[in-house]
Design a protein around this ligand. Structure first.
Ligand code: NAD
Ligand code: ZN
Length: 268
């Protein structure tokens, strides 16, 4: 665990920042009980990645992929935001009150826990398990139902075009929906990536929390920030490829370290 001196240095860096960009990964939700991908008890140790999180896997065996996502959706629905999520939502509020200051939260997480903790402006690089996209017409909808019914979920958009099959004469598209997440080998949402790169380049402090910094292009954001002169701060219990470049490394759990930054709860 980091020393109180490191936490004081982190607090000073954040309160002195003019433009703060925060990148979070699966580690920020670990204390909420959502497994990460690459830790010893992470998801990929039990399930081979190529059988679950690629477009090829979905074409080959959509039911297997959907069952995995149904399990993850249930787990994520039952999880609660932890002190790290709340501390980041507080930081956004604090920056909103400081004239001329800017705050950007970029996440690779798909669980929705930042939103539930109160973060408002989130750039989601890898989508969300709560969004579904039609495999035929591309139509999207937000759906928090657990379990999904029907399963796998079907598109409810009106059918378009001559050649399109419609479900039992309902006039609806009815094709299978997929989770609107970014699978390995797929492109990131262009606008979110562009805005994240802009925020990274403009930041004077860049904070990386709970990511193994192995998955690009997300892992490039801290490098872009550093190249443009930002102070790079990392919070992670383990070393990552980024640790050698960081100006300040806080070794420990995100919830414990970020909770130490929170002001006492406001009395109402
Ligand atoms: P990752 O599994 O590759 O790395 C997790 C990192 O978190 C590791 O470096 C680990 O040391 C660190 N960590 C573990 N516990 C921590 C804690 N308590 N506090 C701080 N750090 C902790 O995950 P990644 O870097 O986010 O990248 C992989 C992909 O995983 C992303 O694309 C993301 O979409 C996906 N993912 C998301 C979730 C989620 O939404 N909660 C869960 C698993 C995977
Ligand atoms: Zn459709």
């Amino acid at each position: 665990m980091s020393s109180s001196g490191d936490i004081a240095e982190l607090a000073a860096a954040l309160s002195g920042a003019r433009s703060l960009c925060v990148l979070t990964g699966a580690g920020v939700s670990a204390e909420s009980g959502v497994p990460t991908f690459r830790d010893p008890d992470g998801l990929w140790k039990k399930y081979p990645i190529e059988e679950l999180a690629t477009p090829e896997a979905f074409s080959r065996n959509p039911m297997l992929v959907w069952e995995w996502y149904a399990w993850r959706r249930e787990l994520m629905r039952d999880a609660q935001p932890n002190p790290a999520h709340y501390a980041l939502a507080d930081l956004e509020d604090q920056f909103a009150m400081r004239p001329g200051a800017s705050f950007t939260l970029v996440t690779q997480n798909v669980d929705g826990l930042h939103e539930r903790a109160g973060s408002r402006n989130i750039l989601r690089l890898h989508g969300s398990v709560w969004d579904l996209r039609c495999t035929e017409c591309g139509c999207e909808r937000e759906d928090h139902a657990v379990p999904l019914d029907p399963f796998p979920p079907q598109c409810e958009c009106p059918a378009h075009g001559e050649g399109q099959k419609t479900g039992q004469g309902t006039g609806r598209c009815s094709a299978m929906m997929r989770p609107a997440v970014v699978w390995f080998g797929e492109m990131l949402p262009e606008a979110a990536l562009r805005q994240s790169l802009q925020a990274a380049a403009a930041s004077d402090v860049f904070l990386v929390v709970g990511t193994s910094s192995l998955v690009h292009p997300a892992a490039s954001l801290p490098l872009v920030a550093k190249q443009q002169g930002a102070r790079l701060i990392e919070i992670n219990p383990d070393p990552t490829p980024l640790s050698g470049l960081a100006d300040l490394t806080l070794t420990g759990k995100a919830g414990e370290i970020l909770a130490a930054l929170r002001p006492p709860r406001r009395l109402v």
